[in-house]
Design a protein around this ligand. Sequence first.
Ligand code: AMP
Ligand code: GLY
Length: 421
Amino acid sequence: MKLMLIGGGGREHAIIRSLKKNPDVELIYALPGNGGMAQEAECVAIAATDLPAIRAFAATHDIDYAVVAPDDPLVAGCVDMLNELGIPCFGPKKNAAIIEGSKAFAKKLMHKYGIPTAEYAIFTDMDEALSYLDTAPIPTVVKADGLALGKGVIIAQTRDEAKQAVVDMMQNAKFGKSGSTVVIEEFLEGPEVSVLAFTDGKCIKPMVSSMDHKRVGDNDTGLNTGGMGAVAPNPYYTPEIAEQCMREIFLPTIEAMNAEGRPFTGCLYFGLMLTDKGPKVIEYNCRFGDPETQVVLPLLESDLLTIMQSTTDGTLADTEVRFNDGCACCVVTASKGYPEAYQKGLPMAFTPEAKAHTFVAGAKIVNGVLLTNGGRVTGTTAVAPTLREAIDEAYRLADGVQFENAYRRSDIGARALKAII
Ligand code: AMP
Ligand code: GLY
């Protein structure tokens, strides 16, 4: 089979490694992929957001199955476009991807169908948003409605900070059109859990739970990033909570999307907060999360391609989705300075052992040399029977990823360990 994968980060590298375990997979085209995965996939220099170029490529390359991994092409209708060409795809159509593409849509959906989430108000008028903030409980959370590269969420500790966020989004267009509508919501507290789930629109099969580490510094300090590491499973997510989430959140969400005439297929990501009033949805993503995918897929024992195809064919109920009962830890190596200014183009080296366990997020090949090409450069994942062992092994392996000014958090998994001890 010839596959086409849209995207080019660490998540995509993890997806490629899992897909290649299936002997029927002859070739994977990655659009654009990155230099660090060039030995495993044929990278094609087409951006994940360039829908016309993706269409032209797909129409001429006998693609048997496509996987659309990032949010932007999903929200822009990449799956609909490829389906028109007769290519079956993993991922939701445009009318379902809106569950991530518009936070206002997601909030209204949850409200209408009684799915637990933070209290909220939606504004398209800046003055109304500002006067609402005169009396809203503080801290409060201000969110740009649309996609904003994961940066459109401001946790405001004061009224002034919240108002500034509203002005930045609605008047100064800090996130472009994404901020012309804002959602202001109740600040929730509790452990966060990521649950990625396969769904064919009828049945939903959650993957092993995970925990992201969004802040750049140790002890969850400093700026928010795309994720500095992850562990799976998430020890806060007990079997009882999993059962409650299935009943109160996962199934109701699938049913709500069907009732709205927007059946969701692919991977639905639930960002959950375990509050003292029960689990609540912080966000939905219409895709695999990153770096969560880099810990979840290495634990998957069933065949990823078969599962993906079953979400497209509507046969997920009859398809095995089985996970290793061990633990995984992924440690991200970033370029010093990230998520602010950082250097690119630094030569990279791996020990053979590190290479086998590392997913590359940001690299390019120039004259045969692998160079860094992003803030987050790699994610190194270890799987072990216990979380403690997985963490130690991931750090030992990550030491074999080398480039100048490489930076890693030193405490990935520490918060999860505290929950166990
Ligand atoms: P999001 O982009 O929606 O995932 O938000 C980014 C991060 O902001 C989340 O992972 C949470 O840590 C935090 N966050 C978002 N919404 C809330 C909320 N209502 N209460 C507390 N923290 C939140
Ligand atoms: N790790 C969060 C995300 O993928 O959006």
